[in-house]
Design a protein. Structure first.
Length: 281
């Protein structure tokens, strides 16, 4: 007969071993960051600043979503396993062992998610600042969104032959971008905005007014298609991201139990263990 007793544990609070949770969460967040960086390198990232993003097929969107799910399963599964392994070396033997391990896995999932979101948000903020149009005269930050989505369309809108000087180009691009973003609305670009865009094109390129109007009309059509395509892609990938997060929580729950069981079954003493085992005949 064996009775397992533990020394006092500074990281244990109300039955939760925070040392194991934090170690597992850091492991999961680190692996998730590596996998997301790899996805960005091979073109499977959820978002991309590449100018050819509009040419992505639905199959590529689905592949990106599947990769997101697999990355979540791998990251949270490893984090939960690490937490379960560490906890088994510092915990009492209790009746409801599976539930306790699962709760540790969920805590790993929660903390790792917050860390990963913070890293991705910081990265996205840096990319947005780099993608912002040059020229300090443009104040509103909302123009950055239109530049990312409609940059190529705006380039074509203001493309000239070099014979006419372009003045205050940054402000003209920002205004045109914000107007073109309304193309996907129910009423589309109104008449006044179309006329204003035509005047901007004439001022920036020196085109004749009829040619400028035709260019504006063609650009509005392309902008609407590109915005709708980006919207469909965003909905699909957002759904896959939510599914990946939920499946990651499930993976962390069961992986924590597996890590704890593996640690208890192995014959190698755990370096995390502070248990004293007393054996009675």
């Amino acid at each position: 007969m064996s009775i397992v007793t533990d020394d006092p544990r500074p990281f244990a609070l109300s039955g939760i071993h925070w040392s194991a949770v934090i170690a597992g969460a850091l492991t999961a967040a680190a692996l998730a960051t590596v996998l997301h960086s790899f996805a960005a390198a091979i073109g499977l990232a959820v978002t991309s600043t590449a100018p050819t993003w509009r040419d992505s097929s639905v199959a590529l969107w689905i592949l990106s979503g599947i990769y997101l799910v697999l990355a979540a399963l791998a990251s949270y599964g490893l984090g939960g396993y690490v937490a379960g392994w560490i906890r088994s070396g510092t915990a009492d033997v209790i009746d409801d062992e599976d539930t306790t391990n699962g709760l540790h896995g969920l805590l790993v999932w929660a903390v790792a998610t917050l860390i990963t979101v913070a890293v991705i948000a910081a990265t996205a903020l840096g990319v947005s600042r780099l993608a912002a149009p040059s020229g300090g005269s443009v104040g509103p930050a909302a123009s950055v969104g239109s530049e990312n989505i409609l940059a190529y369309d705006i380039d074509r809108l203001f493309r000239g032959d070099g014979r006419y000087p372009q003045t205050d180009t940054a402000r003209a691009r920002a205004e045109a971008g914000r107007i073109l973003l309304t193309a996907s609305g129910h009423s589309g670009v109104n008449t006044d905005d179309r006329a204003y865009l035509s005047r901007l094109v004439v001022a920036q390129t020196g085109l004749a007014p009829p040619e400028a109007e035709r260019r504006v009309d063609a650009t509005i059509v392309r902008a609407k298609d590109n915005i709708n395509r980006a919207r469909r892609s965003g909905v699909l990938l957002a759904f896959m991201a939510g599914a990946a997060a939920l499946l990651g929580g499930v993976a962390a729950w069961f992986a924590a139990g597996g890590g704890s069981k593996h640690a208890r079954d192995t014959s190698v003493p755990s370096i995390w263990s502070s248990r004293r085992v007393t054996t009675f005949p």
